[in-house]
Design a protein around this ligand. Sequence first.
Ligand code: EPZ
Length: 419
Amino acid sequence: MYSLIINGGVPLHGEVPISGAKNAVLPLMAACLLTREPCVIRNVPDLSDVQFLGRILTSLGAKVRFAGDSVAIEANRIQSFADYDLVRRMRGSICLLGPLMGRLRRAEISLPGGCVIGSRPVDLHLKGMRALGAAVAIAGGYVKARAKRLVGAEVFLGGRAGPTVLGTANVMMAASLADGVTVIQSAACEPELVDLANFLNAMGARVSGAGSPTIVIEGVKQLHGAEHAAIPDRIEAATFAIAAAATRGEVTLTGARPDHFHAVLDKLQEVGARVDRREGRLTVKGTRELQPSDVTTQPYAGFPTDAQAQMMTLMTQARGISIITERIFESRFMHVSELARLGADITIEGPSAVVKGPTKLSGAPVMASDLRASAALVIGGLIARGQTRVRRIYHLDRGYERIDEKLRRLGARVKRVQE
Ligand code: EPZ
């Protein structure tokens, strides 16, 4: 296992290239199962989650070849069984359900199981498959779905915490090859789903309304191969934008799509950072005095839950009290106790964290827990005086491409060491 050693207190300066979006590439790769023809996805980040989904697709019988920032996938002959030992290690593999149902009319996928941020139920995914005519049972920890035919239907996918991103993706993919028209009500609106709809349409599907709460999919007989470049990672971009503000530096995010994370940029401006968008360049500049602010995570286009932990670290430096409320997942405050080890003053009150600032952070050994909590600890280490050691950074490598190299290019004193 590896750790990051960070000697903080250095403002970040320079340009950072934003990689392709993990949360777009995973469903895009899964969608390649919908055709026996070869597909190519470009702008693919070098992440363990992406490599891992490639392994799962290979285990299903697909040919998967990574080359540079592209992946070629040919699913000429595939099986419908996704093994527990593979699936349990990545919740996102539930996005195989829709394509397997669309292509084979059957799927056996291990239930993803919970993770540190919550129980990760799939009831809405199953509701979507049943709406299309599938018989779905849960047995032995597996989702077993079968259908003689998939028939288009109207389905409401809103859950207790709002829409489901991968649930919407699964229904879009299965419905692309169903008979008739499917209407998804209360669909998730994330940019990654717009990206998926664009790829499906390039394959010959007929998807409209992606990015809005109502998505219409007119089923077709079959889909053909296509090439597609994934959108940039809005959460990686948000993470570096917050790190720029937190270290009072000035960072230009090349290749980012500001329109994909308005809520984060708006909040950064509200607390006092400067955000400049000129000729397609996005520059974030920190200021000496940060103002407190309240943040509540919401479905897109609200403030993203995947940037909540990083924002909390920033708010430890604001002069006053900030209240950060997590409305999407039931336990996404794993970073709070670790930030306290750096000197943060945060109290959890139910779904909210009360952050008192500014607090002087000083380096300490901390433990990464989930992908975005780890990013929050890295930002804490960049702020803190002295040395911070972030352990178990395999969590980080799941969702951030070469984050230590990118930070060093911005002047940070960061190195990766074997534990
Ligand atoms: C996607 O997960 C992302 N992952 C997550 O990013 C992200 O946090 C999440 O969307 C919310 O934006 C990928 O795209 C690979 P959901 P997903 O279904 O689709 C509840 C990261 O850090 N729910 O939108 O699995 C669920 O418990 C990861 O990159 C049900 O109740 O999330 C949660 O409270 C973490 N029933 C809420 O909905 C269901 O059937 C949103 O979950 C499904 C979900």
